[in-house]
Design a protein around this ligand. Structure first.
Ligand code: ZN
Ligand code: ZN
Length: 460
């Protein structure tokens, strides 16, 4: 089970799943499976530059520089072909300190530097450079680590950022408990109570992940960021595909395996979508990119089991993760998995424009009902249940409950329904307010047309 600790092979797609990047045993080459610096493949298949070559999964050997260029190429292609970053954007990079978010930081920094340079050399005639900030969600409230370790970790992150110039990158450190509404006097205690109410281990793990996304959204909204960039990589998505299937979240799954996710107030982008955790680990090692592993938490429950299963698959065949990902991508994405042409057209290469125009013409504005907690789009039966609840006598708790997807019902909501009131009272207001607003507008329409409605008694 030792290898089970990290969901994504230790690349830190998510802060909690990078417990042992490069640290499984003391043999990094071994932990990276067949992706290793191999003396056997003496020359680079790309540049004939000689030097020690790196074996890439399913490909030819490459020298370190070609390997780096290969990964940067995948990153850049994901960014440009999905219109992830506009010149006018402010991008908030979610930084856990693991290899994946470290590589994302490095690459997006390089794209920003290029943009700054061409802006300067062109005497401000070119497109301006986007703004870049870094967010670190401090989850120490849920761990038993001593405070000075967190402080050291934050110092590390600051030193990483100060080494990246040009372009100032603001660092936002947000304690996870800040997602609890400001009215409460002891946010940390409330957050602990809330997490403690959840009995299921997997549910707790998933719930903390939802809180983390909420925290990032909050930082972005309060500081004027227009995009959130995650370091989620192919290996992390492959784990998610399997665990979501096991949890019965198949309907919502296509939403989570795309490059772009605009269902949140601040859209989320995944530029490392096509890179494997092992590749990112290796890049950090080859180029001595400083990572920060101090605060990592292993996944638990189903998530931990799936992580160990995927790492077994990887040992047998390094390209298995790509296979899982490709299979999941055959599922039809939701309308919120793409940016619409609005505001993007001017910045897109002409060959991509038709792709974005089509979307606008065919798919109207996004109108999915999303789970109050996890943001999963509702399936037919969940919608039906919500409609039924809306038409019954309205107790707010019932309405909140009906706004949770089946998976959250099963794994996150307390089993005893009389505990629901307590649970929802502890939830961040950011979530419950949306239901309040929706039901208020619904009931005001009801009031306006009340005279024309039949009384319940008359319905028969
Ligand atoms: Zn080469
Ligand atoms: Zn849910």
């Amino acid at each position: 089970m030792a290898a089970a600790a990290s969901a994504c092979g230790g690349a830190g797609c998510r802060p909690q799943c990078s417990a042992s990047a490069g640290g499984e045993g003391d043999a990094p080459a071994e932990s990276m499976g067949r992706l290793s610096i191999s003396a056997a493949a003496a020359t680079c298949g790309k540049c004939d530059g000689g030097g020690a070559a790196v074996a890439v999964a399913g490909g030819v050997g490459m020298c370190a520089d070609c390997f780096r260029a290969h990964l940067f190429g995948k990153f850049k292609l994901a960014v440009t072909s999905n219109a992830m970053v506009r010149p006018t954007d402010a991008v908030l990079l979610a930084f856990s300190g693991g290899p994946a978010s470290r590589v994302a930081l490095q690459f997006i920094h390089e794209m920003q530097s290029k943009a700054i340079q061409s802006w300067e050399t062109s005497n401000s005639q070119a497109l301006p450079a986007f703004r870049l900030g870094v967010a670190f969600v401090d989850e120490s409230v849920l761990s038993v680590r001593p405070g000075h370790e967190i402080d050291m970790a934050i110092e590390d992150i600051k030193s990483i950022l100060s080494s990246l110039s040009p372009g100032d990158k603001q660092l936002h450190v947000a304690p996870l408990e800040d997602v609890i509404s400001s009215g409460s006097d002891d946010k940390a205690a409330r957050l602990k109570e809330l997490v403690g109410v959840i009995n299921d281990e997997t549910g707790r793990d998933d719930f903390i992940r939802c809180l983390r996304m909420l925290s990032l959204q909050k930082i972005a909204l309060e500081n004027g960021y227009t995009k959130i960039m995650l370091g989620t990589c192919a290996s992390g998505i492959a784990c998610h595909v399997l665990s979501a299937t096991v949890k019965g979240q198949g309907y919502a799954l296509p939403a989570d395996v795309q490059y772009v996710d605009t269902r949140w107030e601040v859209p989320v982008v995944l530029p490392l979508h096509d890179c494997l955790a092992q590749e990112l680990n290796l890049l950090c090692e080859l180029y001595s990119l400083k990572t920060q592993q101090l605060l990592n938490r292993p996944c638990s429950g189903i998530n931990g089991l799936v992580a160990s299963f995927v790492s077994r698959l990887r040992e047998e065949n390094p390209s298995r993760e790509h296979t899982i990902l490709r299979t999941a991508q055959k599922l039809k994405p939701f309308s919120f998995n793409k940016f619409s042409a609005n505001g993007y057209h001017d910045f897109l290469p002409s060959r991509l424009r038709p792709k974005f125009q089509n979307i606008d013409a065919n798919e109207s504005t996004f109108s999915e009902i999303l789970c109050l907690i996890c943001g999963s789009p509702f399936s037919e039966s969940e919608l039906q249940n919500l409609e039924n609840t809306k038409h019954k006598a309205q107790k707010k708790i019932d309405l909140y409950t009906a706004h949770c997807c089946q998976s959250c019902h099963f794994q996150i909501l307390p089993a005893a329904t009389d505990m629901h009131g307590h649970f929802f009272s502890l939830l961040p207001k950011f979530w419950t307010e949306k239901v309040d607003t929706a039901s208020a507008s619904h009931s005001s329409v009801r009031d306006q047309i009340a005279d024309y409605l039949l009384d319940e008694d008359d319905e028969n």
